[in-house]
Design a binder for this molecule. Sequence first.
Ligand code: SAH
Ligand code: SF4
Ligand code: F3S
Length: 485
Amino acid sequence: MDLLIQDKVHDESRQGEALVLEPVIGKNNGRKLYIESYGCAMNFSDSEIVASILLEQGFETTSDFNNADVVFINTCSIRENAEVRVRNRLKEFAGAKFKNPGMVVGVLGCMAERLKAKFLEEEKLVDVVVGPDAYRDLPNLIEQVDGGQRAVNVLLSREETYADISPVRLNSNGINAFVSIMRGCDNMCSFCVVPFTRGRERSRDAYSIVAECTDLFNRGYREVTLLGQNVDSYKWSGQLADGSEQLTEEGEVKTTVVNFANLLEMVALVSLELRVRFSTSHPKDITDEVLYTIAKYDNICNYIHLPVQSGNSRVLDIMNRTYDREWYMNRIDAIRRIIPECAISTDVITGFCTETEEEHNDTVSMMDYVKYDFAYMFKYSERPGTLAAKRYTDDIPEEVKQQRLQQIVAKQQEYSFYRMQARIGKVEKVLIEGFSKKSNNDYCGRSDKNAMVIFPVNENYKPGEYVNVLVERTTSATLIGKIVE
Ligand code: SAH
Ligand code: SF4
Ligand code: F3S
């Protein structure tokens, strides 16, 4: 277990959620699609794009891979165990394919991109391998498989953002949705496989993002999470919203430039009743302008996920994070100054190459400095092809990595508890998401600061509505209270 708290956005080790959608209305091709996703929210969001593309082709979805005609697994490569899980799952699909030889098995996502055609050699049951930028080609690739071939498309693109594809919302509660605002990553953190699996960073058309959020709002959604590997470097320039071709003095068509702060504001203005979340922020790029925008709009949630990775400047340097301990602390201070009540979470890696005990202690002391609300903590896992794999030896013994991990997990439990306790007696604005997992007598929803809140059902309020909840007590990960007027 290398995670403390489960969270839909940041939990890259999330596994195997089968995604199901409403039956198709319109021309049905009589074939059933099963799709399962692993990894980060980007992957889950991509599965919605894949489903949308196949829905157009007349597919229907199923939640049981045993009776599917096409089985897709959208994969993650971030740590070795993420890949091991996928391999094991493929073994289970092999059984189903043995019974139903016509079944098409496809590997999508980051592992497909990392291993490319090698996948077909290594996993005999796989018919099709498709990287994250090639999903538009899926109908064509499935056709090739139907024709008796095995097919691969792992081309990465500098432009693809799927901006015009309206994702079908899978397994949706009709209240929260992910909206992808950019793809790829241009940072070369030395431990990280993402730049290799997702390609170059590109930002999606700002107006298409606003249009998608507006449509979601009109359909009753009340929370959007804007997704990117590094949202703070979002930058899009394009034609003005009204499509007018005004000319500059030089006779060029006028364009508008939108940065992340501008985009946040544009989405916040869709409706003040629409909550806006975002992930992930990068310490090197998060600007005061972004922080002031968060502070300005009540509907932009006071919650920032700001992965530190390590609290030691030398380790940060060889991780190629391009900031040091002081810079990171300065960003934390800026958040506390501009958004005093802001919740902050982080990601930490223990046992990166050459990390000494003292350097590890700097991570521990960083946790003392920030007192994070949540943290996602991992042991370093060397990934083939990354800068770290090429340059440094993965020299910290497994037991040491593990022991350092346990130390920070214990530390984080203390601070999560501390942050939760601090909410007792406070009134939180909660967006009701539905009944609590444990009981239909209770509702659950999240506070502005991203804490899960449980409270007794009150007939006057429905899921999708906001309520004020007075927090009375807490468990280790949940606030418990009652609705107050
Ligand atoms: N774009 C985000 C993170 C994406 S990956 C960012 O820059 O913060 C999510 C988390 O997985 C990372 O923050 C890191 O903590 C962890 N991670 C990435 N590569 C890893 C590796 N090789 N071993 C262990 N953890 C890793
Ligand atoms: Fe990986 Fe770094 Fe990019 Fe995050 S910012 S996806 S850790 S390379
Ligand atoms: Fe995993 Fe790819 Fe996301 S490697 S964390 S699914 S970008």
